[in-house]
Design a protein around this ligand. Structure first.
Ligand code: DC
Length: 220
């Protein structure tokens, strides 16, 4: 299998993958693909249209007509900018079963492969190094302790005026970690050839610098 010039950045919720991936892409002059946003956009579409995952023929038809586009860091669903709409707590809750659906994954993985086929992308997700781009030249698995991730999220929300208790954020994150890593299709897992980066004690700048240096030393 020949290597593809692409960085696969996987890891659990709240570990800072998207911020890291964006900064790494900028440092390398590459593009950034947020695959979580694609699953979120599908969850939003199904929710708005009252479509259940169990309604297979209607789901199949909808998936065939679905148009997802990423322009810069904005995500468009059938031409509408849904970048904010996909970040609500409701979509965060609804996306877990949607992202566990084998057919939804098949459709989105196919799109992701088409987008990244020629390389020059930093792609973040859960299954990028294991399923979507096993031939990526550089695979990273970003981790941080559950407490460190929940603390960051807690401070972020506090800065936005939220008073959600730390314990609630941690419990919700644990639920999502469990669902992501135990689902039958493409569970969250470190690829055997991925390098694990524990960001618990590192700043964003330090993680980005480490990844860029690692990539330059190991590129295809
Ligand atoms: O990274 P995020 O929180 O925006 O991801 C949203 C959801 O999609 C989350 O439940 C994990 C799932 N996801 C996935 O299953 N595979 C991916 N490649 C990216 C995200």
């Amino acid at each position: 299998m020949s290597k593809l010039a692409l960085i696969a950045l996987d890891g659990p919720s709240g570990v800072g993958k998207s911020t890291t991936a964006k900064a790494v892409a900028q440092a390398l002059g590459w593009s950034y693909l947020d695959t979580g946003a694609m699953y979120r956009a599908v969850a939003l579409a199904l929710h708005r249209e009252g479509l259940a995952l169990t309604d297979r023929p209607a789901l199949e038809t909808r998936l065939a007509s679905l148009k997802l586009e990423q322009r810069e860091t904005r995500i468009f669903l059938d031409g509408e900018d849904v970048s904010e709409a996909i970040r609500t707590p409701e979509v965060t809750r609804l996306v877990t079963p949607v992202s566990a659906d084998a057919r939804v994954r098949e459709v989105l993985v196919e799109q992701q492969r088409r987008i990244g086929a020629r390389g020059g992308w930093v792609v973040d997700g859960r299954d990028i190094g294991t399923v979507v781009f096993p031939q990526a030249c550089c695979k990273l698995f970003l981790t941080a302790t559950a407490e460190a991730r929940a603390r960051r999220r807690f401070l972020e929300l506090q800065a936005k005026g939220s008073s959600l208790p730390f314990e609630e954020i941690l419990a919700d994150q644990n639920r999502r970690d469990h669902a992501d890593s135990t689902r039958a299709v493409a569970p969250l897992r470190k690829a055997d050839d991925a390098v694990e980066v524990d960001s618990s004690e590192l700043t964003l700048a330090q993680v980005v610098e480490w990844i860029v240096k690692h990539h330059r030393e190991h590129q295809a």
